[in-house]
Design a protein around this ligand. Structure first.
Ligand SMILES: Cc1cc2nc3c(=O)[nH]c(=O)nc-3n(C[C@H](O)[C@H](O)[C@H](O)COP(=O)(O)O)c2cc1C
Length: 178
């Protein structure tokens, strides 16, 4: 089993034959704008949920955990997501308010990573997010919390068939060297 599974995994498809180019020199200087551009291109390429990403958090012993969630907005507060404060991730964020987000768009061979401290947004914004859920029934959820990751680092990654994958990185004050 394990050997055939290993071989099955090795035989799975790689990136698609056609990959977009990416020239960091001509990319928008604002990472939020570049992200919006890549999200539009992911939608145009047929990605169904390009706003889905993994969220990694860490518990008090240093054990990481991650799960998928939905990006809700990007503004001066950071990259927004919402969840229950009493969920595992909510508890981990109360103990250690830092997180990492990873987006992956297979049809374009693109990945975006965002990491930094996490802030709780207002009760009003959290209630609005809860109310705007699809199929919202008018109920309230006092545990629902909107958070924002304030990026300490962002990396845009473009796969390339010659394996010279392109990494374009931003620090808190702009483009990081290297
Ligand atoms: C595509 C996708 C989107 C999701 N979006 C959210 C979300 O926006 N908020 C959320 O709390 N859970 C979302 N979930 C469920 C989480 O992945 C997770 O199972 C749940 O929040 C419990 O996580 P926890 O026990 O680690 O706190 C989503 C799952 C998937 C697969």
């Amino acid at each position: 089993m394990s050997d055939s599974f290993r071989r099955q995994l090795r035989a799975l498809p790689d990136f698609p034959a056609e990959l977009p180019g990416f020239d960091p020199e001509s990319a928008p200087a604002d990472p939020a704008e570049l992200f919006r551009q890549w999200l539009e291109e992911a939608l145009a390429a047929g990605e169904r949920q390009p706003h889905a990403c993994s969220l990694a958090t860490v518990d008090e012993s240093g054990q990481p955990s991650s799960r998928m969630l939905i990006l809700k907005n990007i503004d001066d507060d950071g990259w927004h997501f919402a969840t229950s404060r009493i969920s595992r991730k909510g508890r981990e964020l109360s103990g250690n308010p830092r997180a990492a987000l990873t987006f992956y768009w297979p049809s374009l061979g693109r990945q975006v990573r965002v990491a930094g401290p996490v802030a709780e947004l207002s009760a009003e914004a959290s209630a609005r997010d809860w109310a705007e859920r699809p199929r919202a029934d008018g109920s309230e959820n006092p545990d629902w919390q909107l958070y924002a990751v304030r990026p300490a680092e962002i990396e845009f990654w473009q796969a390339s068939h010659d394996r010279r994958h392109i990494r374009h990185r931003f620090g808190p004050d702009g483009v990081l060297p290297g």
